[in-house]
Design a protein around this ligand. Sequence first.
Ligand code: ADP
Length: 444
Amino acid sequence: VKNTTVPNLDDSMNNTEEDEVDVVDLASSSLLNKLIRQSLVESSHRVEVLQKDPSSPLYSVKTFEELRLKEELLKGIYAMGFNRPSKIQEMALPMMLAHPPQNLIAQSQSGTGKTAAFVLAMLSRVDASEPFPQCLCLAPTYELALQTGRVVEQMGKFCVDVQVMYAIRGNPIPRSVDITQQIIIGTPGTVLDWYFKRKLIDLSKIRVFVLDEADVMIATQGFSDQSIRIQRALSSECQMLLFSATFEDSVWQFAGRIIPDPNVIKLRKEELTLNNIRQYYVLCESRKDKYQALCNIYGGITIGQAIIFCQTRRNAKWLTVEMMQDGHQVSLLSGELTVDQRASIIQRFRDGKEKVLITTNVCARGIDVKQVTIVVNFDLPVNQLEEPEYETYLHRIGRTGRFGKKGLAFNMIEVEKLPLLMKIQDHFNSSIKQLNPEDMDEIE
Ligand code: ADP
């Protein structure tokens, strides 16, 4: 038993927490995504572009050289191991670096190179010889601001005189000292405080304004209004850029209010599909019974790595203990862990240190562990009304059609839950076959 991967199993937590269904918090799942990101996310779609002036020529670049960047910036990009612009960067970078500067709203899923793109724009517009804030980037949380700051530091490694300041709570600065750093990254509340109350930043001198993670931002109470108040204090010459991983109507509306005369770039997300997944269900009487079925599956087929989803923390813990007692190498990922702890558990799993990852809904989305061959729904995803959560089912089991390998999925079902499974089957119009767990030969 490795303590690092099984937190607090002995802690007696109160029951309400134990029964808690882990909800996905946007900011922490975005942070987790960044922490575990290893490379660019590919997309088979074309980038859609909507120019504010449709008659102006549309440039795209295939190399970073074409952008005529400062030597030290180009060096920084290559030192990060980037060889060529990502799909979204091909279109976004020429717009962002154009003269005169153009405003941009860009949407593409996380991992497609948005952060690298706006960091590049900020670094290329900064005048290192001038000691005052020139670029302002708003982020939804302290941790996300720090992540962006790290990218600035990496990419700006050879831009020796450029400095970053974090406008985040708990980062006090003496009243009398001027801010000499050229790039400010912070949360809306603190930036507003530094500007209005403490007069530390002159927003009229900002040349590049970035609003990152707009979808997460608007989900946080007060941040939309604060961001708009900040934007109103910028000069009309300031370049304004907004990024989002998703684009519901609410994000569009906000983007439209905060970014004047924008170009718009969109890259559609790779759709998840159940087409290349063989799905099975096993009828069970009880939790113990489900566990037995799971063991039979384990005994019956060769399994690389598996992810097992439970609906509550309590079930997840129980299953973890059972499997460990039977000698399996298991790790448990659930909502009471910090994002850093989650990231390290996922990393260990990716490195093959454990073969089974047991988790609640915290892990349902966005985690892409390529070597996973089977996914088990120890409990079906249901909402409080006991209706199936179709999206969650798809996110747990589905793979992208183009990049995904074939996969196997097992649903452990109490008899009374069978109608829910049938609804899921109908919803996706894909077949889920019954399996007799004593007879694994049925799995072709
Ligand atoms: P997003 O902001 O859309 O989530 P990032 O800018 O963080 O995406 O990029 C995702 C990952 O891809 C990061 O690890 C980043 O270092 C890397 N990356 C970004 N642009 C490129 C590129 N042009 N070539 C190679 N890797 C890149």
